[in-house]
Design a protein. Structure first.
Length: 136
């Protein structure tokens, strides 16, 4: 097997193992494509709670001010998680999935009203938090 084939095999396996990985595709390629085409469909982000992280890395989410992004939160752990976004200054739409048991999911949207850096987090686990960066 050539080195190139090995690399392709590793990439393919990574996609199968990390179910939430399509979110990265949406963040990069799909987002760019939709911007170029001016597509009407709403961009989406999938955050999968697994082993007490979101998508394994608590990825940074980038949004444009006043452009809603669909957010789907899935709990694939045995323990309960939630996802909250809170900003008392009103810079971003607050989100609270309420406690999700294993296997449950919640559909929401990320809508930033002002540029800035916000946070999404699980109220049960201090390590489960990531940034939301909103730009004009
Ligand atoms: Cu949690």
């Amino acid at each position: 097997m050539s080195v190139r084939n090995n690399v392709i095999a590793v990439v393919a396996i990574s996609f199968i193992v990390v179910g939430g990985l399509w979110a990265y595709g949406n963040l990069s390629k799909e987002g760019e494509r939709q911007k170029e085409e001016g597509a009407l469909s709403v961009e989406g982000i999938l955050l999968v709670a697994q082993r007490s992280t979101f998508n394994g890395t608590n990825p940074e989410i980038r949004v444009s001010v006043n452009v809603p992004k669909k957010l789907v939160v899935v709990n694939e752990d045995a323990v309960t998680h939630d996802l909250q976004i809170k900003d008392s200054a009103g810079g971003i739409l607050n989100v609270n999935t309420a406690p999700l048991k294993g296997g449950q999911h919640f559909n929401a949207a990320i809508v930033a009203y002002k540029p800035g850096t916000y946070e999404y987090f699980c109220s049960f686990h201090p390590g489960m938090r990531g940034k939301i960066v909103a730009e004009n």
